[in-house]
Design a protein around this ligand. Sequence first.
Ligand code: SF4
Ligand code: ZN
Length: 247
Amino acid sequence: MSGGKDSGVMLHLLSKQTDPEAILIDEGIEGYRDKNVENAKKVCEELDVPLNIYSFEEEYGFRLDDLDDKNLSRGPCSYCGVLRRSLLNEKSRELGFDKLAIGHNLDDEAQTGLMNFVRGEFHRIARMGKEVGVVEEEDFVKRFKPLRRCPEKEVVTYGLLIGLDAGFDECPYVKQAYRADIRDSLNDWEEKYPGTKFSVLNSSDELAGLIEDEFRGEIKKCSECGEPCAGDICQKCSMLREIRETL
Ligand code: SF4
Ligand code: ZN
């Protein structure tokens, strides 16, 4: 649960069919996440869904806004994404969740597929697919994405129709992200050639099936934190090391 429209709509739909519990990671983004935390509380209260909140500040000792972007090797979204995913997995496991539903919509998924392809990151494509986190590892809480074939416009429309109390604002860091350029290009193509987003997602899924054995890689344990990872040290630990050196 992020407090945004996608996870709000997803929680609405899931709570009609099952008995979900929500988890929210507050990265510490002033004027954006703080508002969405309040939205998330309202939506969860309305749906009578328990909400578990964790923050970068409490878990890692800093807020995303504290990052010294001039001295770090990557943009804020890279750190935000890795650190959030890692906390989501760790805390979902501690909470005993069977599965973790992620509210990514068609636009997000097509952007990720295209981005991975343009950057030549085949190991990432191999790990995509209908069930993200399909790598069988007991320490990974299985993920699934119920909205991945729903265009963003439809999710927004559904949210408005049900009067969802969710944030429709954008994160202030999104403009710095490579994803923003990919998103704009995809939107242009979709306008000219309707169906492009579905085609990109289908291509990425097809490709994932063909290359998964070769590119998915072996799962090891991080020598620092013990979490599952591809190398000797997980991305979270190497990023935390880099961030702490600059703070
Ligand atoms: Fe984090 Fe970037 Fe998403 Fe903002 S846009 S929440 S910084 S990943
Ligand atoms: Zn680690």
